[in-house]
Design a binder for this molecule. Structure first.
Ligand code: ZN
Length: 263
């Protein structure tokens, strides 16, 4: 697949894995493979929690420290038994280990350490988190509505409006509601229903490894339009279209059925 950026559900699942492996345990090793923190050593400190905020990961460490990481396009975390070999892979950005587990972060787009009390500096701008304890549908709708002329396909990806939606859910939500990605926000009859659908889709996928919106997890059957350019729409047979939307560097590819999703 193309342009597959980890979305809120993937980050949520990653946070849960890190929480299970690290929280409540003392670090026996920390290995920051980014120049800025090359000498940082958190050995001996307990990990308090690992949480997701939108697409950001916050790993809280005893002593008012938070490790902020972001997967960006290619990042991932893997948890392995601690007695395995320490990876020498050049893609590794951060290793956090305790007596039982080592968590290895690959190609993380952001690795930074900050005081836990200053987390708002990195996540305070985010809109309501679709998978967070603070989810507030009305607030997400209010933020989206504040820029009425903006194309909905761009507005949904802006994490200041609501946090957690990426390209996959954006394309699928708009298909399911019959809305063209370039339609302005104020041209959408029922914005709350669109937002509520996004919440349902991401919530339904958060605990499974494959993102599915069609109800069919078979390979190639998972999506209505995402990743299906040139193939027939599953509803009407019209070829699914693909185009870039938004201005660089926020430009993203989008998929839609021109018949089912009028502009
Ligand atoms: Zn169609």
């Amino acid at each position: 697949m193309l342009d597959v950026m980890p979305e809120g559900d993937v980050v949520w699942r990653t946070a849960r894995q890190l929480e299970e492996a690290l929280a409540g345990r003392v670090l026996t090793r920390s290995d920051f493979r980014v120049p800025r923190y090359a000498t940082t050593d958190l050995t001996g400190r307990s990990v308090l929690a690992a949480i997701a905020r939108g697409k950001h990961l916050l790993t809280r460490i005893e002593g008012d420290l938070t490790i902020h990481t972001h997967l960006r396009m290619d990042g991932s975390w893997r948890v392995r038994p601690a007695n395995g070999p320490v990876p020498r892979d050049h893609r590794v950005r951060l290793v956090l280990a305790n007596a039982q587990w080592q968590a290895v972060g690959y190609l993380l787009g952001v690795v930074e350490l900050l005081p836990t009390t200053h987390e708002d500096q990195v996540v305070g701008h985010l809109g309501p988190d679709l998978l967070g304890p603070d989810w507030d549908e009305a607030e997400a709708v209010r933020r989206l509505s504040a820029q009425p002329g903006r194309p909905i396909g761009e507005a949904l990806l802006d994490q200041r409006n609501l946090a957690g939606i990426g390209n996959f859910y954006k394309a699928e939500m708009l298909f399911l509601r019959g809305i063209g990605p370039w339609r302005p926000v104020d041209g959408i009859a029922d914005l709350p229903a669109l937002v509520a659908l996004g919440k349902r889709l991401i919530e339904a996928n958060k605990s499974r490894p494959v993102q599915v919106t069609t109800g069919n997890p078979a390979r190639g059957q998972e999506s209505w339009v995402y990743g299906r350019a040139g193939r027939p729409c599953r509803r009407c047979g019209t070829p699914v279209r693909r185009a870039s939307q938004g201005a660089a560097p926020e430009e993203r590819v989008t998929f839609w059925c021109p018949a089912c999703q009028p502009a």
